[in-house]
Design a protein around this ligand. Structure first.
Ligand SMILES: O=C(O)CCC(=O)C(=O)O
Length: 296
């Protein structure tokens, strides 16, 4: 295993499980090289190949208001986009991705459950064996044009994420989960979006968000074939650099892992009271239960 510090993120090459867990314990993001680039997915997933195997499958596409990036506050509240619509994968690729949107309309194939929406090509992926449980795998296919760039706003997930760049590049801003409230989650909103931030880290306004820890950001441009480990509760903001496809391997956090990734416990106790009070007081039992999903 070669370790190389590039800017502020560590890169490791083809680690054994033990080497992976040694880094994972530190509760910091890191990049793994020389693993996914050998997968058939990285070698074969051109649009033609994907359309040949999955073109008629109905997949979930999220549509955005044209100016959604201008007001992140709305986006955090889920008002900046219309909810997803299903369409044939080949129509999405031909009419939107390869056309770079239609009349500036933004859209993004987001977190499509691979087993459900792309079962024909599951054999092109090798599930990483570093963590013992079975992951939930999601596929993202987006693009970047003059009018629109596929993006996921600043948010955290309460799971381990091995995020794999299959094709094209993505720019990812990562922030350590120092103080939950300094990320300005929309707690006054009743939709239970406590894992989102009202701050757009690319155009943030320090008068509106004075405590936002912009100095702590780690910037990564993930290249095809690279894997990024994103620890639970780490904030991340993702934008397309090119047309690109990624896979997220999401693993539940188990209670014993709070003892192994020690810093995660204090992060959990920093977030939980605000998050749960908000979810509970807005009557969102689903979000309250979801916070603990998989832990016990
Ligand atoms: O790729 C994206 O747009 C977002 C990915 C993400 O947020 C995740 O995997 O948790």
């Amino acid at each position: 295993m070669k370790i190389q510090a590039s800017e502020s993120i560590v890169k490791i090459e083809n680690p054994s499980q033990e080497q992976f867990l040694g880094k994972w314990k530190q509760y910091q993001p890191f990049i793994i090289e020389n693993v996914a680039k050998n997968w058939d997915a990285c070698k074969h997933w051109s649009n033609d190949y994907l359309i040949k195997h999955c073109g008629n499958n109905l997949v979930p596409i999220r549509f955005f208001k044209k100016d959604f990036l201008d007001d992140y506050k709305q986006f955090a509240y889920h008002e900046g986009y219309n909810l997803q619509k299903e369409m044939k994968y080949k129509d999405y690729v031909k009419n939107y991705v390869e056309n770079k949107g239609i009349n500036g309309l933004g859209c993004y194939l987001i977190e499509a459950d691979v087993e459900k929406y792309f079962p024909e090509i599951i054999g092109d992926i090798t599930y990483p064996k570093y963590l013992s449980s079975k992951p939930f795998v999601s596929l993202w296919h987006g693009f970047s044009s003059q009018d629109f760039t596929s993006a996921s706003p600043l948010h955290f997930d309460r799971i381990h994420n091995i995020f794999v760049q299959i094709r094209g590049r993505k720019r990812i801003l990562l922030f350590p989960p120092s103080n939950y409230l300094s990320f300005y989650p929309p707690l006054e909103d009743s939709s239970g979006m406590g894992h989102n931030s009202k701050v757009n880290p690319d155009i943030f306004n320090l008068e509106l968000f004075p405590k936002f820890p912009w100095q702590e950001r780690i910037e990564v441009v993930l290249q095809p074939g690279e894997m990024l480990y994103i620890p639970p509760f780490w904030w991340h903001h993702v934008t397309a650099v090119d047309e690109n496809i990624s896979l997220s391997f999401w693993y539940d956090v188990k209670i014993q892992e709070f003892l192994k990734q020690k810093k995660m416990l204090s992060v959990f106790f920093n977030i939980a009271p605000h998050y749960l009070y908000h979810a509970f007081s807005s009557g969102s039992l689903i979000h309250t239960l979801d916070f603990f999903k998989g832990i016990f």
